[in-house]
Design a binder for this molecule. Structure first.
Ligand SMILES: [Ca+2]
Length: 282
C-alpha cells in the first residue's frame, strides 16, 4: 500500500472514530454531546457557562434589560444572584427590597413588590439565531415561585419569545413551553404546550429547545417532549436572541402562602448553546 493509500485509510479511520465520538472539549473539559445532536458532527458549543464562579460578567448581566421588575411580585436584585459550588443560584426572599416601589403595573395588572429575587441575561453579551439551547436546572419547591429559562429578541420587540422552561412550583410536575409570535402585543399567537412529567423540584434536569429555521422542538433530559412547531414564517421572527434565567415570585405562578419555605433557590448547574458550524446546512 503506497503512502497515498495509507493516508486515505487513516483519514477514513479518523472519520469513523470522530463519528462515533459523542463528547467534545469545552473550556478544557470533555462534555457529553446531547443525544438529539449526536448523529451530526457539525454541531459545536458556541456559548457555555459551568458557573465555576464568580459570575462571568462578560457573559451575563444582572436585572432585566428594561429594569428590576416584570410581570410578578419580586424586585430583582444583584445580591440575590449567587454563584457557589459550581451553581448559579437565584435566591427568592420573603422581604421587600429597600429600592422597590410599593407597586408596579404591567400589562394592566398591578403587582405589590413584597419579595426580592434574581435574574440574569446575556443581553448585548451573547445573542444568537438558531441553535440547541440547554441548561441543567433544579427548581425550588412550594407555592408561589415561577422559575423560567427563556429567550427574547435583542432588538426589544415583543413578540417573539421562546420559553424553553417555565414551571409554576405549585404544580411541580408540570412543564410549560411556549413560542409567542405574531405581529403585535395585542395580536399574538402562542404555540403553547403543557406537559405533566415528574416532580422537577427533586433533582436537576436538562431542559432544551432545538431551534432551526424550519422547526422548534423542546427536550427534557435529551428526550423530545410535546410536538414540533413548523411555521417557518413565524420562526423567522426570532433572531439575535439573548437568554434570560429568572426566578419570579407571584404573577402567573400564584402567590406564596404560609406553607412556602424561605429563602428559595433556583439552581443552574450549566448553560450551553450549540450551533452548526458555519457553512453547514441546518
Ligand atoms: Ca456547574
Amino acid at each position: 500500500m503506497n503512502k497515498q493509500c495509507w493516508t486515505t485509510v487513516c483519514f477514513a479511520m479518523c472519520m469513523v472514530l470522530s463519528l462515533s465520538a459523542v463528547q467534545i472539549v469545552q473550556g478544557g473539559e470533555v462534555v457529553s454531546k446531547p443525544r438529539p445532536l449526536q448523529n451530526d458532527e457539525a454541531w459545536e458549543v458556541v456559548f457555555f457557562d459551568d458557573f465555576d464562579g464568580p459570575l462571568d460578567l462578560t457573559k451575563w448581566s444582572y436585572n432585566y434589560p428594561w429594569g428590576p421588575t416584570h410581570n410578578h411580585r419580586a424586585y430583582m436584585s444583584p445580591e440575590n444572584v449567587i454563584v457557589e459550588n459550581g451553581l448559579l443560584r437565584l435566591k427568592a426572599e420573603n422581604k421587600r427590597h429597600p429600592d422597590a416601589p410599593d407597586t408596579i403595573v404591567h400589562g394592566g395588572e398591578t403587582y405589590s413588590l413584597d419579595f426580592t429575587s434574581g435574574v440574569v441575561t446575556t443581553k448585548d453579551k451573547f445573542e444568537f439565531t438558531h441553535g440547541y439551547v440547554e441548561a441543567r436546572i433544579r427548581v425550588p419547591s412550594g407555592n408561589g415561585f415561577w422559575p423560567a429559562f427563556w429567550t427574547l429578541n435583542s432588538e426589544g420587540g415583543w413578540p417573539p419569545e421562546i420559553d424553553i422552561m417555565e414551571i409554576l412550583t405549585k404544580e411541580p410536575d408540570v412543564l410549560h413551553t411556549n413560542y409567542h409570535y405574531g405581529p403585535s402585543w395585542d395580536n399574538k399567537s402562542s404555540f403553547y404546550q403543557k406537559i405533566r412529567l415528574f416532580d422537577f423540584t427533586e433533582d436537576f434536569n436538562t431542559f432544551a429547545v432545538k431551534w432551526t429555521e424550519s422547526d422548534m422542538t423542546w427536550y427534557v433530559n435529551d428526550v423530545m417532549i410535546g410536538s414540533k412547531f413548523f411555521d417557518r414564517k413565524w420562526i423567522a421572527q426570532s433572531k439575535d436572541n439573548y437568554i434570560l434565567i429568572n426566578l419570579a415570585v407571584g404573577g402567573w405562578g400564584g402567590d406564596p402562602d404560609e406553607s412556602t419555605q424561605w429563602p428559595a433557590y433556583y439552581d443552574v448547574d450549566w448553560v450551553r448553546v450549540w450551533q452548526k458550524r458555519k457553512g453547514e446546512v441546518e
